[in-house]
Design a protein around this ligand. Structure first.
Ligand code: FA5
Length: 365
């Protein structure tokens, strides 16, 4: 190639490339044009570049400059075509789409109503000066019964009334028999009999949060002012007001000269705060082994009343069992059912609803 041919050849090439890129209707056409003009192996620019070798040395710098300028022009045409296509794609996607349509609302989860209730009850009792204490759900017989003045022969300890655990500890480290008729043991025996008393404690799922009263008093010198909220377990048949797993809020106040009137005031304040001032509550004489005197507390429910808790003055036996002096201090305790309180507050007539996991129900809280 001579230098005379070179400019016209480059002009032609530039025009052809610009024409190809500007008329390319889609990504495939752009790519085809790119390969034709800018292809690294057999692109038309490459071919021209190879021809540069034949140009006399004196003309080479000028020819090189001219070549580079053309290459930049062709590359710019490619970039322009790519941009044009990208913009067109976005525009096509938006055709027929109403950009003023409201978006799909995000559905956010929230806390379970019983968890929300627990938080609110903590808040109310916190304002009355009670701090939160915790205890384990798997308990020993001392904290669930013995220290609460419920001796071994008491019917409340019946294996049919509680969820005793067949733990390795309870069997003294031996593997528990699971099949009746096993030689060594003569078959399955009730969990209580499995415990090798004195060597390892029998464990059970706690049946009441009163266990936490004992745990706190064992480690805290009076005065005490705590609440404890958590799950408890009883083999009760589920119905509108019972569930085999439910929650209790336990309260305990120990100080000098605490009286029954203090207990009633606190429970009335609590009920008015949570249920509302228009919901009446009443106290009925009752019996618990760990309080004397004892009451049961009812709230209005439809046309009648519903028990929502038990309470009373802490029995001197219990105070002594944790090392307190009943001549020095006295106190009250209460244990209330969280599901029933939550149901009354939200006009739910069956506490089983809380555990069906039906989101249509749960969304309402
Ligand atoms: C007790 O559990 C006592 N520990 C309460 C107590 C504490 C008395 C401190 C004195 C001093 P009771 O078994 O009555 O008492 O249960 C208390 C409340 O738990 C009941 O009033 C009821 O609201 C709720 N409850 C009892 N069983 C169930 C159940 N199966 N399902 C849902 N709630 C229940």
């Amino acid at each position: 190639m001579s230098l005379q041919d070179f400019p016209s050849q480059l002009d032609e090439l530039t025009a052809a490339a610009q024409q190809a890129f500007s008329s390319a209707a889609d990504a495939d056409a752009v790519e085809a044009a790119r390969v034709e003009f800018l292809g690294a192996k057999s692109g038309r620019l490459k071919a021209v570049q190879k021809g540069l070798g034949a140009i006399p040395p004196a003309d080479k710098p000028a020819a090189g400059q001219r070549f580079n300028a053309v290459k930049q022009q062709v590359e710019a045409a490619l970039a322009a075509a790519q941009e044009r296509l990208a913009a067109a794609t976005t525009a096509t996607a938006l055709v027929g789409y109403d950009t003023t349509t409201p978006g799909t609302p995000l559905t956010l989860g929230h806390l379970h109503p019983i968890t929300q209730t627990i938080e609110e009850l903590k808040d109310i009792m916190g304002r009355l000066g009670f701090s939160v204490a915790e205890g384990p759900e798997v308990e020993d017989e001392w904290h669930n019964f013995e220290a609460l003045n419920i001796p071994a022969a008491h019917p409340a300890r019946d294996p049919l009334e509680n969820f005793y655990l067949a733990t390795l500890e309870a069997s003294g480290g031996r593997k528990l028999p699971v099949v009746p008729g096993v030689e060594e043991t003569g078959g399955l025996r009730p969990p209580l009999a499995m415990a090798e008393r004195g060597t390892a404690p029998t464990m059970l799922l706690r049946s009441q949060t009163s266990t936490v009263q004992i745990r706190v008093m064992e480690h805290t010198p009076p005065p005490v002012r705590i609440i404890s909220l958590g799950r408890v377990y009883r083999p009760d048949t589920a119905d509108a007001t019972h569930y085999p797993m439910f929650h209790q809020i336990e309260g305990l106040l120990i100080d000098r000269q605490v009286r029954m009137a203090d207990l009633k005031s606190v429970l009335r304040l609590f009920a008015a705060s949570y249920l509302g001032h228009d919901v009446h509550i009443r106290f009925r004489p009752s019996f618990f082994p760990f309080t004397e005197p004892s009451v049961e507390v009812d709230m209005q429910w439809g046309q009648g009343w519903m028990e929502f808790g038990g309470a009373g003055m802490v029995d001197p036996h219990v105070l002594r069992s944790v090392g307190y002096d009943p001549d020095e201090v006295s106190g009250f305790a209460f244990g209330l059912g969280v599901e029933r309180l939550c149901a009354r507050r939200h006009h739910v007539t069956d506490i089983r609803e809380f555990y069906k996991n039906d989101v249509r129900f749960l969304h309402q809280f």
